[in-house]
Design a protein around this ligand. Sequence first.
Ligand code: PMP
Length: 462
Amino acid sequence: MQRRDAGFQSVREWDNANFLHPWEGMETLGQNDRTFTESGEGIYVTTETGRRLIDGPGGMWCVQLGYGNAEIADAMARQAREMAYFSPFNNASSVSARLAHEIAQRSPGDLNHVFFTTGGSTAVDSALRFVHFRNNVLGRPEKKIVISRHKAYHGSTYLAASVSGKERDKSWLDQAPGLAHFLPDVNPYRRPAGMSIDAFLDEKVADLENAIRAIGADKVAAFIAEPILASGGVIVPPKGYHRRCLEVCRKHDVLYISDEVVTGFGRLGHWFASEEVFDIVPDIITCAKGMTSGYVPMGACIISDRLIADVAGGNAKGATFSNGYTYSGHPVSAAAALKTIEIIEREGILEHVRKVTPLFQERMHAMRSLPIVGDTRGMGLVGCIECVTETAGTDPLATDRALGALIDTRCQELGLILRPIINMCVFSPPLVISESEIEQMFDIMEQGIRLAADDFAREGAA
Ligand code: PMP
């Protein structure tokens, strides 16, 4: 199909000339040929050329209820007409207070205090600032180090980026000095040859405890972990990992921050994965993305009653949590989030996710037999394929062989967008995806991988 609009060439030019994208690669700056979307419906987006593609990553793991949901759009429009904005500082709009209540009702244990942010990075930033604030109030200002893991991604503010462990992200920008300590990542696929999963699990839990002992528990404030390490390559830890890490944290008076920016709001078939899937009640949960189904930005940091009790009630005279955003609990975002919660409940979306997960995971794991696919992994409606050289077992492809991008290109030609990450492709479609749409998505993916494998073989032979 031809471009609809003769002016489109200008869009591409303006994009290249003026739009500095997240993680912009400077080598290719100004020469990109991106896919531009114009509309969407359910799991599909329509490009500027009129092509209809399945949105495999569901935006960025966020469009839970799919595109074109008129109810969410209407709720936002109504709120904008009635009360677009009101300062959250000394007063509040009632819709934000209602949302805080609804979230507290669905969060695990005593996590009842919701601090609204503008997205996931600011949620993590706020969590870290709260952890530091609490230790200042408790009179132990030395207890500030945060333990994180290699390959973790927790966001792009200076603090959130400083506890993020992806090599690429650490290489060209500074991180707050002395703030974070990184543990090796917890990828069972890359465990040493011959090591059992149980031994690997023991080793990974010991990594945390050894680090706390080496640094000194009096200096370690918190451990931060994604239940499933998402953009670092959908790494699902061995069963029991989070539970045991929480026990280690409790033993050493270290707080546990569960970063549920991806896993929250239904992605694994529950409001939050911490308690229902991983059997932990952390001290703080961060969430964002699926909260508003991606319709408008919002995030939150949900803090336990216990931690709030530590800093409230005159423990420190004049103590103020000096952290907040003009748009904390923005009414239009709150309206979108409330509508998202209402629809998820009314339409039984959590149950739906649990019902279609086995098909999703089965189809994904079946791709392990395809050429160049080394590992397939995931949980709920999150998946990842990791490519390897054909001959070398689990050896990852060199990072400059962007096989993920090759697969994404082939899949886009066939009608499916993926999210390539170096030698991997990740996918997390809208939660409303039907069983037949899951079949369609994986049929395309299989075909795309075969074509990419041929491309790769040709490229290799050249
Ligand atoms: N934490 C996790 C686990 C994430 O995956 C992300 C975003 N991919 C963030 C935090 C940051 O969220 P945001 O991009 O909304 O700032």
